[in-house]
Ligand binder design. Structure first.
Ligand code: ZN
Length: 500
């Protein structure tokens, strides 16, 4: 019966009623909800639009900071563009205009019909590039590296799910212009490195960085590169995209520069978008367990929660525990750690569950005995191992505790990711893996230009939607045989998966 596994305290229900391994989809819905880790509230009243609750915003804030720092270190400068885009700008790039079924339009203001429609931004290309054409004059203005952060974008999605697909969702994007295509390609390598450093390094989310097949590249791009990870249900989750835009937008928006010889030339462009929602989804889905979220220390809003153990029958001891907890909180903050002192009226057991649900890496318990002995009990979220130590030891060992916690997350995630990549040697085997296990399946492929599209279409039809993610960028995986679908000579090693 649903509800039986809830922890009930007073009139509050907190907890999950399903195991992650038994019903991942339901587990995910519960964990993000008000009775779970309180990340979102879907009752706002606009389909596919939701309220981000404090815990989600605090996690997103840490994530945004990490990415902003990384792109600024790489020479990008922050910008903030208006939400509205003039229709003619959105329509300027011919292929990009194919985006319009996903666009929300504003047709009137007050009781006046607008002379020209305005679009709610679905993505930033047609915002940045008209301005690029004004800002870029000579080779001295290049490269131009910009970014926009902590905004939302709007898309008319038919099916929506928190953190996976929405009509309004959290966004981040870089937009760059270069004098040469070689520089643009170097930027794509750098974008990959930023994903490796932040998403794999700090958030412990494993992924492959793919060069997508031509038939699946972004509208208006020469080529698209994506970082894809895998959900516990074996479905692919795309967590970033980088586009080699060639000169398409430069030609459409007339973005030119004068080179050293005084010749006018179009710029080469790239853009990069780590999917903030999708990264949050991966963080929740991959690391979480039956008790709730498990957050790496890099993005946990609090790495430590201090919980005083109070006793109604021991008022003196309770007073000491509260006083000692408060002192400790001050110290921990001074040492530079993100921490929280939970002095709410709830029972300690309720607080343990609450903070486990929210995925806080460590909790510190302080009762009258700890206060008297000037010691504390520290408990890890994953192992629940208890250690009794002094304040001095805590200061010294906290960095080690963090490292230990993050290593456990990393080990589990990397093992899980490796187990979710199989190799198929023939078409029957490929179909069998995709129907039973899912995950990534490595296979040999005839062609990743439009010539290979019929094979991708056939595969999609015969496997209820399996998708060719592409080849891995920077890995020299050489085919030895024939295309897994058509049997013609293979020129590529691709990864195939079902999408969320
Ligand atoms: Zn083929």
């Amino acid at each position: 019966m649903a509800g039986e596994k809830y922890i009930i305290e007073g009139d509050k229900k907190v907890g999950l009623t399903v195991r992650k391994s038994e019903n991942f989809s339901e587990w995910f819905s519960q964990v993000v909800s008000e009775t779970g880790a309180k990340l979102v509230d879907i009752r706002y009243g606009v389909q596919g639009s939701l309220v981000h609750r404090p815990w989600a915003i605090k996690i997103a804030r840490e994530l945004y900071s990490l990415i902003e720092e990384a792109v600024e270190d790489d020479g990008h400068e922050p910008h903030l563009f208006p939400t509205l885009i003039p229709e003619e700008n959105l329509m300027k790039e011919k292929e990009h205009a194919g985006f319009t079924p996903e666009v929300f339009w504003i047709e009137s203001a007050g009781d006046q019909k607008l002379n020209r429609r305005l679009a709610l931004r679905p993505t930033g290309e047609t915002q940045f590039y008209p301005m690029f054409s004004l800002w870029i004059r000579s080779y001295n203005d290049l490269p131009l590296k910009t970014y926009q952060s902590r905004i939302t974008v709007f898309r008319n999605e038919m099916t929506t799910r928190p953190f996976l697909r929405g009509r309004e969702f959290l966004f981040f994007e870089t937009h760059d212009a270069f004098a040469t295509h070689i520089q643009a390609m170097k930027q794509i390598e750098t974008d990959k490195k930023i994903m490796e450093k932040i998403i794999r390094g700090k958030l412990k989310i494993p992924f492959y960085f793919f060069k997508r097949a031509k038939w699946d590249s972004f509208l208006g791009a020469d080529c698209t590169y994506t970082a894809d990870t895998i959900n516990p249900d074996g479905r692919r989750n795309q967590i970033s995209s980088t586009h080699d835009l060639g000169k398409h937008f430069a030609e459409a928006f007339n973005i030119t520069y004068t080179d050293v010889e005084g010749k006018k030339k179009h710029v080469w462009q790239t853009c990069f978008g780590p999917g903030m929602w999708r990264i949050m989804a991966a963080l929740i889905a991959i690391h979480g367990d039956d008790k709730g979220l498990i957050l790496p220390t890099s993005v946990a809003p609090y790495n430590i929660v201090i919980i005083p153990i109070t006793f109604a029958k021991n008022p003196e001891g309770t007073k000491n525990a509260l006083r000692f907890s408060k002192q400790l909180q001050k110290k921990i903050k001074k040492w530079g750690h993100r921490s929280h002192f939970d002095d709410s009226e709830e029972h300690p057991g309720f607080k343990y569950n609450k903070w486990e649900l929210q995925g806080v890496p460590y909790r510190i318990e302080i009762g009258p005995r700890e206060a008297e002995q000037k010691k504390l009990t520290i408990v890890n979220r994953i192992t629940r191992e208890k250690r009794i130590i002094s304040i001095l030891e805590l200061k010294k060992t906290l960095p080690k505790f963090y490292e230990e916690h993050d290593k456990m997350i990393e080990k589990k995630a990397e093992e899980y990711f490796a187990n979710n990549t199989k190799t198929a040697f023939n078409y029957e085997e490929l179909k069998k893996i995709l129907s039973e296990h899912r995950g990534f399946v490595k296979a040999e492929w005839c062609d990743t230009t439009m010539k290979g599209k019929p094979c991708a279409d056939k595969l999609k039809d015969e496997t209820q939607g399996a998708y060719v993610c592409g080849e891995r960028l920077g890995e020299s995986e050489k085919p030895k045989g024939s295309c897994i679908v058509c049997g013609n000579i293979a020129r590529h090693v691709v990864y195939i998966a079902k999408s969320i």
